[in-house]
Design a protein around this ligand. Sequence first.
Ligand SMILES: [Zn+2]
Ligand SMILES: [Zn+2]
Length: 187
Amino acid sequence: MKFYKESITKTYNILLNKKVENINHLIPSNYENINSATGYKIAYLSDINIFLFRGLVHGSYYLYDKAICNKKACNFLSCTCGFHAFKDKKRALVELSKHIGTIMLEVELYSDIVIHQFGYRGREQDIIRIFLPDKCSKFLCSNPTSGLYLKDKCYQTICSEHKNTFISIKELRISFGLDVLVLPSEY
Ligand SMILES: [Zn+2]
Ligand SMILES: [Zn+2]
């Protein structure tokens, strides 16, 4: 297990176009003793049968996954490979509200981990909890989420008035073997 101090990753730099001068206060003082990091991220659920998720920008991953770098000689510290997650749940919730069809994941990152301004980049990732938006994804519908249905290659929230058949929250919990929670309406 290695924890690296890194000011900010290239990927986040590009995505958010921000520069940070001092991040020392963001790094936990006991970082050498931490074996994993819990973070939050948003994703598309693209296949419910094989538990496949797709990232916003690129890449797909399963419930438990290990990053494979496409560089010949990967130096994890300076590379951008791996799984990204926000440390702050609120930051992930902001992203969730901007991207239709996404869900939020709570993940544990482990193996090699890089800490950066917004969270973590890890070589291995376990999804430990799934959060669904509270409202039906149909345009202008404000009914509460009853479950998920497949639309445009990803599973989106749906209410019981819009669909008779959908995958219920209970069915999702059983098939994933994880907590599947609908977010409270004031997020
Ligand atoms: Zn790499
Ligand atoms: Zn609806």
